[in-house]
Design a protein around this ligand. Structure first.
Ligand SMILES: Nc1ncnc2c1ncn2[C@@H]1O[C@H](COP(=O)(O)OP(=O)(O)O)[C@@H](O)[C@H]1O
Ligand SMILES: [Mg+2]
Length: 236
């Protein structure tokens, strides 16, 4: 399964490249599996996707990697924790008003009621729910820890889509509940300084950075999306 609609592009060569992109996500999955070896063995692996800036491809990467994992018969949940600019409902062609995370954390529904399976998807989603006036406060309540504990019992992999790490505080807060963090970098568009600052913030929070997805790194010889283990990343 692959959300080719997310990668709409005017370049006909790239449109034709859907199979190759799908393969790229499988490669990302394989690399992440290695990076996750040794992290919380009994419970679900919880992986947080973030980046330095808006539009780097966090939501796109998160959902496509989730789909790649679900293709391997894992029980997968995607959590849209970007309560400010939620995209997961839109990217799964679901109703944007579907009950979700904010409704659950606000005490308006149960966790079961907040989770849905979008039509045609092989994974569950905890959409953002109604956009709350106070996203940071809502995500920083004790209930969040309890929620991840409960979800860990039910799923093999949980992928969290978050807002840019350097811009809002909730992303760093959420890193304490996860097995690892994937940082999305958009080739020729992400600002080096912003990426570096994001890494510093994540390191300061002692987040386990699993690696980097380099988005839009298409060229004839390589793949559009690819994943770098962090030791290859530093090039300053
Ligand atoms: N590799 C790509 N090629 C073409 N369009 C892309 C690519 N990655 C992301 N996009 C598009 O860019 C926009 C922003 O992507 P998104 O994943 O929502 O970013 P973020 O979650 O980091 O803000 C979306 O419209 C998405 O479809
Ligand atoms: Mg997003």
């Amino acid at each position: 399964m692959f959300f080719k609609n997310l990668l709409a592009t005017d370049d006909p060569k790239q449109v034709k490249d859907v199979t190759r992109i799908s393969e790229s996500f499988k490669n990302i999955r394989a690399n992440m599996m290695f990076a996750l070896v040794g992290t919380n063995k009994e419970k679900a692996k919880i992986i947080l996707f973030t980046s330095a800036e808006q539009g780097d491809g966090k939501s796109t990467s998160c959902i496509n990697v989730a789909a790649a994992y679900a293709d391997s018969n894992a029980k997968v949940l995607v959590v849209d924790a970007d309560l400010r600019r939620p995209k997961i409902a839109r990217y799964t062609n679901s109703d944007r008003k579907t009950t979700g995370l904010s409704d659950y954390l606000g005490g308006f529904c149960t966790l079961e009621e907040a989770i849905s399976r979008p039509e045609g998807c092989n994974f569950d989603c905890l959409f953002s729910g109604r956009v709350p006036p106070n996203p940071s406060e809502l995500l920083m309540i004790d209930e969040v820890e309890h929620m991840f504990e409960e979800l860990s019992e039910k799923y093999d992999y949980i992928f969290i889509d978050t807002p840019p790490v350097g811009i809002v505080s909730e992303t760093i807060y959420l890193t304490q509940f996860v097995s690892g963090v994937v940082v999305v970098v958009k080739k020729d568009s992400s600002h080096f300084k912003a990426v570096k600052e994001s890494i510093s913030l994540l390191e300061f929070a002692k987040a386990n950075i699993l690696g980097f997805v380099v988005n839009d790194a298409f060229d004839a010889k390589s793949k559009k999306y690819y994943y770098k283990r962090r030791r290859y990343y530093y090039y300053e």
